[in-house]
Design a protein around this ligand. Structure first.
Ligand SMILES: [Zn+2]
Length: 134
């Protein structure tokens, strides 16, 4: 992937993870990734509309998954798609720093990507709401 495209993905995302909304500036020593929303293994392309900026943790837990199991219903459910879905429709950040799924897609994605692992919730709490939402 060329550097220009990677920079475009970064800017389009406002320099924050498109899954958990962590700003890149919060983890200066752990680079974010321009990840494939649909993995190449599943015929995803290198085009900008199949790329999303993801923090190291979201990228690692998502891997090549397209779907997982909704922890509430047990149903196989697709993951959040940053290009097609609106974050605020599927997730909300609670005052205690936890990210709660508002929909089946949100619950499934928050669980698979371990968005509420204790260290991640702690880091989120240390950020101002401007840094998280801005
Ligand atoms: Zn993330």
């Amino acid at each position: 992937m060329d550097e220009g495209l990677r920079q475009n993905v970064r800017q389009r995302a406002g320099h924050r993870c498109e899954y958990c909304r962590m700003p890149e500036s919060a983890t200066p020593f752990v680079p974010f990734h321009a990840e494939h929303i649909i993995a190449q293994q599943h015929m995803g392309t290198d085009e900008a509309d199949n790329l999303a900026l993801a923090c190291d943790r979201c990228n690692a837990y998502k891997g090549t998954n397209l779907a997982s199991v909704d922890p509430e219903t047990g149903e196989v459910t697709r993951l959040f798609h940053p290009r097609n879905d609106l974050w605020n429709v599927h997730f909300v950040i609670e005052p205690d720093g936890k990210i709660i799924g508002r929909t089946d897609v949100g619950r499934t994605t928050a669980r698979l990507l371990m968005m509420n692992a204790p260290a991640r919730v702690r880091l989120r709490c240390e950020l101002s709401s401007d840094e998280l939402n801005g």
